[in-house]
Design a protein around this ligand. Structure first.
Ligand code: HEC
Ligand code: HEC
Ligand code: HEC
Ligand code: HEC
Ligand code: HEC
Length: 323
């Protein structure tokens, strides 16, 4: 509405001053009939004053009422930028948006990325939800650790000059590999190896196919690694029975682990302390099989599977006690 009042006010003011100055003469080319001229000029002046008063009032309104209303004509960026400006003043004020899963804590690090994206909507907010309680979140990383960008200055948050890589997948994969050198080296020694410095090669599975991007270490309940393999190896069970059995055991383990994590959402570590060492050891052993994919004798696969299954059953017992 502001622009309408501005227009009316300007037109009225211009008309009134021209009329007063005598530029527009009564009965001249102007369309106004002689007798009503005085009244019209008077109304114009009133209109101009109302318009100006409205503008002044609007300018004095507190800024926050603009962003709370989040008018639909605003672009997503503007709304997001304003709500961050409001919440950035006090980090304690960061509140989950509508629809945020009730029991899920917010990410530990309340960077500007998190604060703004939390309320930016749709896939911009989903990234924050999925990231919350991921292994990277629990290790006090934030969005910028993978995406780059500036966490002190909103205006530079997405700037390439501060290393922002956006959604450039090849750059992301190089980042994963750089932070996880040992795991990448094993992958590079196996049949899924390809050169990360080159263009994305979709013939091979990528880190995020098996681990996710935002929910690393915190997969959704319906995720099955086996489905990823089957995408490219329809006959995995027949052709690689030993490896297939490790994949199946791994999927079974995660069903239990997801239930355990759900019980420990408010804890610093989602793994109960008495299981921590064994979880780490057996995850590492599973990684060595899955990344290297070197020849795996069935006997070795069975040994690993038995240990993972024993751990899983103890976790199930822990779950029963935690009811
Ligand atoms: C002031 C609000 C705000 C801040 C702060 C902010 N973002 Fe964003 N971000 C947005 C909005 C809005 C979009 C969607 C529009 C766009 O691409 O600019 C977006 C888009 C993105 C995208 C998707 C880009 C694409 O190319 O599709 C990524 C990734 C991202 N932001 C990461 C970050 C990271 C990392 C930080 C912190 C360093 C950050 N953002 C800080 C509001 C913000
Ligand atoms: C472990 C690394 C990692 C972290 C941490 C991370 N991202 Fe991402 N993000 C990715 C990858 C990888 C993609 C997918 C790129 C692609 O598909 O091209 C992505 C994609 C996105 C997208 C595009 C939409 C989508 O979901 O694919 C947005 C927006 C985004 N991230 C925002 C964020 C925000 C906000 C945070 C912090 C809460 C964050 N990311 C933390 C790796 C990460
Ligand atoms: C800035 C460094 C950094 C980047 C980039 C990074 N990670 Fe991590 N990652 C960590 C840290 C720290 C941990 C937690 C400690 C650990 O287990 O080594 C971790 C843990 C993990 C784990 C173990 C999960 C579990 O259940 O314990 C996986 C899998 C993983 N990251 C995959 C990825 C993938 C995939 C990417 C890229 C999309 C990625 N990481 C990017 C630092 C990083
Ligand atoms: C995006 C496709 C893709 C996905 C997903 C995928 N692979 Fe592969 N895999 C390949 C390609 C390509 C090769 C190399 C084939 C070759 O060298 O003949 C390969 C090779 C292998 C080999 C060695 C085959 C041999 O004959 O030596 C094994 C074992 C294997 N993959 C297991 C798996 C498992 C287990 C998964 C799931 C965790 C998986 N793959 C997911 C594409 C994929
Ligand atoms: C074909 C599927 C697949 C691909 C591709 C893959 N991983 Fe993994 N990775 C696994 C499995 C399975 C595990 C076993 C642990 C688990 O699922 O909890 C694992 C474990 C890990 C771990 C934990 C290691 C530990 O000792 O606990 C890290 C870190 C990791 N992967 C990083 C990566 C990175 C980085 C890439 C890409 C360079 C990658 N992975 C590619 C399947 C994969």
């Amino acid at each position: 509405m502001t622009w309408l009042w501005t227009l009316i006010a300007l037109a009225a003011a211009v008309f009134a001053s021209l009329r007063i100055a005598g530029v527009i003469r009564p009965g001249g080319s102007g369309r106004l009939a002689g007798g009503s001229n005085r009244a019209v000029v008077g109304w114009m002046v009133v209109l101009a004053m109302v318009g100006l008063a409205t503008l002044t009032l609007r300018a004095e309104e507190p800024r926050s009422s603009d962003s709370v209303g989040s008018s639909p004509t605003k672009k997503q960026g503007e709304v997001a930028a304003e709500s961050t400006a409001a919440s950035a003043k006090n980090t304690d004020e960061v509140k989950p948006p509508k629809g945020w899963p009730k029991r899920l804590p917010l990410p530990l690090e309340k960077t500007n990325c998190v604060r703004c994206h939390l309320n930016a909507g749709r896939e911009l907010t989903l990234a924050v939800r999925d990231f919350a309680h991921s292994v990277h979140d629990l290790n006090h990383m934030s969005c910028n650790d993978c995406h780059g960008g500036n966490t002190d200055n909103d205006a530079l948050a997405h700037d390439e000059s501060v290393g922002f890589i956006g959604t450039k997948l090849s750059a992301h994969l190089r980042n994963c590999a750089e932070c996880h050198e040992e795991e990448h080296a094993l992958l590079a020694s196996g049949p899924h190896a390809w050169d990360f410095s080159k263009r994305i090669n979709t013939d091979y599975p990528m880190c995020i196919d098996c681990h996710g991007n935002h929910d690393v270490g915190n997969p959704p309940p319906d995720f099955r690694l086996k489905d990823v393999c089957l995408d490219c190896h329809e006959k995995l069970d027949e052709e690689h029975p030993a490896i297939a059995s490790v994949v199946d055991q791994n999927d079974k383990y995660w069903v239990t682990m997801i239930a355990v994590r759900e019980k420990r959402l408010q804890e610093e570590d989602p793994v109960p302390p008495e299981f921590r060492d064994r979880v780490d050891r057996l995850r590492h052993a599973t990684m060595q099989v899955m990344h290297g994919l070197h020849k795996l004798p069935q006997k070795k696969a069975d040994q690993l599977n038995q240990q993972v299954e024993a751990l899983r059953q103890e976790l199930e017992a822990w779950l029963k006690n935690a009811q």
